[in-house]
Design a protein around this ligand. Structure first.
Ligand code: GLV
Ligand code: MN
Ligand code: MN
Length: 419
C-alpha cells in the first residue's frame, strides 16, 4: 500500500537550518582564505563525521559504518526489511577546497530526511544518508574509494593498502578515524539499495549562465587517471656534464609538454591536467633523480577517451631518454548515462516546485558513478557562482541550496513510498 503524505516533504525544508549546518561544517578544517581543508581520513574528516552523527541522533537516525569507512545514518521505514533509498555525497575536501563540494550533498540529504520526518508520515522504505569515504582522492589517490568498495568496483584490500605522501596507509588512517568516532555498529559492504540520489553543486557555470536553479544530471563524463614516475640519477649541478646527466626534471617537463601538445583540443572538450608534481631530492644544486606526476584525463565520449588515454604511455616513453619512465593507470571509467526514469523524477519534482531546470552532463566525477551500476541512480545540481570549485571561493546562494534540498526531499519521499 502506498502512503501519501498530506503535505509534500519539500514544504518542510528549512533554508536557515541547512545554511547553519553548512557553516558549522565549514568551521571544521577552515582555511585562512575562507575555504576548507578537510582531506580524507584526517582528524578534521573524523570531526565532521562526528558532528553528522550527532545531528542524526537528534533526529533519531541510527549510525553505522562499514569496512571501507563509509558512514550511514538510517531513518527506519514501515518495512524494516525493504532495501533503503540512499542519498548523500562526501565530507572530505581538496586541500584548498570550498565549503560546499560534497558536504552539500550530505547535508541536503539530512535536511531532506528531516523534512520527511516533519510530514509525520513514516516512509515505506528506510532512507539512509551516506558520507562516502575519500571521494576527492587528494590525500589517497584515486578517489571515490568508499563508493568503489561499497559497490565492489575495487577490492577493499587494494584500497586499504594505498599510502599517502607520508607513507600512512588507508588502513592505518581509518583506524585513527575510528578512534575519534563514537562506538557505532559496523555492517558488511554493499547492501542492496533501492535507489541512490546525490545532490551536488554543479561545479561549472551553466546553470548560473542560463538562470536555472536545478540541473537534472544526464550522466557523468569518462575519466582516466595515471601516475607517471620518471627515474634519473642525482648529480652535482656544477660539476656533472650534460652528456652524462640523467635529469628527471628535464625529462618530466618534456613529457608534460609533449602530452599537452598531443592532447590539445581547440574545442576544449578534452580535459588534460597534471595537478601533482613531486621532484626528488628537490634541492637547488642537485640534478633531480626522480619526478612523480599525476595525469587526470577526461572526455565525454568513451571511445575518444580510450584513444587519447592510450597515447599517454607511448608519449612518455618517447620523451624519457636518458631517464626511465613507468606509467601506471590508476583508474579508468567510461562516460555514463543515468536512467531516464530517475532523471524524470528529478525533472518532475523541480517542475512541481516551479523551479527553472535544465538537463546537464556532469563533467566532474561523483560517487554516483559507482552507485549507477549498483542501483538506479540520479543526481541533482544547484548553481555554482562563476562555476568556481576545488578552490576556496566556491559559492552557491542559500536559496539555491535550499531549492536543491526541496527537490531532493520530494524525490526521496517518492522513491521511499513506491505507489
Ligand atoms: C571530483 O572531485 C572530481 O575530480 O571530479
Ligand atoms: Mn564532490
Ligand atoms: Mn571535488
Amino acid at each position: 500500500m502506498s502512503v501519501c503524505p498530506a503535505q509534500p516533504a519539500s514544504g518542510f525544508v528549512n533554508e536557515d537550518r541547512l545554511s547553519r549546518r553548512l557553516t558549522a561544517m565549514a568551521a571544521i578544517g577552515a582555511t585562512a582564505q575562507g575555504g576548507v581543508n578537510r582531506q580524507a581520513l584526517t582528524r578534521e574528516d573524523a570531526l565532521a563525521q562526528r558532528l553528522l552523527i550527532e545531528w542524526g541522533a537528534e533526529l533519531g537516525l541510527s549510525p553505522c559504518t562499514d569496512p571501507a569507512g563509509n558512514l550511514f545514518l538510517r531513518l527506519p521505514g514501515l518495512d524494516a526489511d525493504a532495501a533503503p533509498v540512499l542519498s548523500g555525497s562526501h565530507l572530505d575536501s581538496q586541500p584548498t577546497g570550498g565549503k560546499l563540494d560534497g558536504v552539500y550533498g550530505v547535508l541536503a540529504a539530512l535536511e531532506a530526511v528531516q523534512a520527511i520526518v516533519a510530514t509525520g508520515v513514516t516512509p515505506h522504505r528506510p532512507i539512509e544518508i551516506v558520507a562516502w569515504m575519500n571521494e576527492e582522492g587528494s590525500r589517497y589517490a584515486p578517489g571515490m574509494m568508499g563508493s568503489a568498495a561499497f559497490t565492489g568496483a575495487r577490492p577493499l584490500p587494494a584500497i586499504l593498502a594505498v599510502t599517502d605522501a607520508a607513507g600512512i596507509s588507508v588502513a592505518q588512517a581509518l583506524a585513527d578515524v575510528r578512534r575519534l568516532l563514537p562506538e557505532i555498529p559496523q555492517r558488511k559492504l554493499g547492501l542492496p539499495v533501492a535507489a541512490y540520489v546525490e545532490a551536488h553543486i554543479e561545479q561549472g557555470p551553466e546553470l548560473e549562465q542560463h538562470g536555472d536553479t536545478i540541473g537534472v544530471v544526464t550522466g557523468i563524463q569518462g575519466k582516466r587517471t595515471f601516475r607517471v614516475q620518471v627515474l634519473g640519477a642525482a648529480a652535482h649541478a656544477g660539476t656533472s656534464r650534460r652528456a652524462e646527466r640523467k635529469d628527471a626534471m628535464l625529462a618530466a617537463t618534456g613529457m608534460i609538454q609533449a602530452l599537452a601538445h598531443a592532447l590539445h583540443d581547440p574545442e576544449d572538450i578534452v580535459k588534460f591536467t597534471v595537478g601533482r608534481y613531486l621532484a626528488s631530492p628537490n634541492a637547488p644544486s642537485v640534478v633531480a633523480s626522480e619526478v612523480v606526476f599525476s595525469i587526470d584525463l577526461r572526455h565525454p565520449d568513451s571511445t575518444r577517451l580510450k584513444a587519447l588515454g592510450d597515447q599517454i604511455a607511448p608519449i612518455c616513453q618517447a620523451s624519457a631518454a636518458p631517464c626511465d619512465v613507468h606509467v601506471e593507470e590508476l583508474s579508468r571509467a567510461d562516460s555514463l548515462e543515468f536512467p531516464p526514469a530517475m532523471r524524470d523524477r528529478v525533472r518532475r519534482a523541480a517542475a512541481r516546485l516551479g523551479l527553472r531546470h535544465r538537463d546537464i552532463l556532469s563533467t566532474a566525477g561523483h560517487d554516483a558513478r559507482y552507485l549507477h551500476p549498483h542501483s538506479p541512480s540520479a543526481m541533482i545540481f544547484v548553481p555554482s557562482h562563476l562555476g568556481l570549485t576545488h578552490c576556496e571561493t566556491e559559492y552557491t546562494a542559500p536559496a539555491d541550496l535550499a531549492a536543491g534540498a526541496r527537490v531532493l526531499a520530494d524525490v526521496l519521499n517518492e522513491l521511499a513510498n513506491p505507489g
